[in-house]
Structure formats: structure tokens, C-alpha cells
Design a binder for this molecule. Structure first.
Ligand code: FES
Length: 69
């Protein structure tokens, strides 16, 4: 289990918020589409945009770990 931490400081979105948002989704075939959805749900990456790459990394990491299950 990963530790929680704030990924997006502008919108106070944490790693767990992103993981939760991914849980709500049914398909994970497209990282960028999923990113848009996560953005809508959590509001992450809607401020300065500085967390963009971090959020994308987390999404791809979570998507990959899901595929393995
Ligand atoms: S840190 Fe996420 S939008 Fe600024």
C-alpha cells in the first residue's frame, strides 16, 4: 500500500483521490482520456498545471498495476 501525499497543491488533490477516481471508472484503455476524467472528478491539474506530469505518471502506474490483477 502506498502512502498518501498531495499530488496537486493548487487543488489539494492527493494520491488517494486520484486512485479513488480511477476506481470509479470502468475502462482504462487510454491514459489521456482517463486523465481528462480524473481531472473532471478531482479538479487536479486545473490550476497552475505543474502537477500534470505527476498526475499522468500516477495514472499510468495505477492502470498498469490494475492490468496485472
Ligand atoms: S499543482 Fe496541480 S494545478 Fe497546480
Amino acid at each position: 500500500m502506498k502512502e498518501n501525499y498531495v499530488v496537486c497543491h493548487c487543488k489539494k488533490v492527493s494520491y488517494f483521490d486520484i486512485a479513488d477516481a480511477l476506481h470509479e471508472m470502468k475502462s482504462f484503455d487510454d491514459v489521456l482520456k482517463t486523465f481528462e476524467e480524473v481531472k473532471k472528478v478531482t479538479r487536479c491539474s486545473t490550476g497552475c498545471g505543474g502537477c500534470h506530469d505527476k498526475v499522468l505518471d500516477i495514472i499510468s502506474e495505477l492502470m498498469m498495476s490494475k492490468e496485472g490483477v
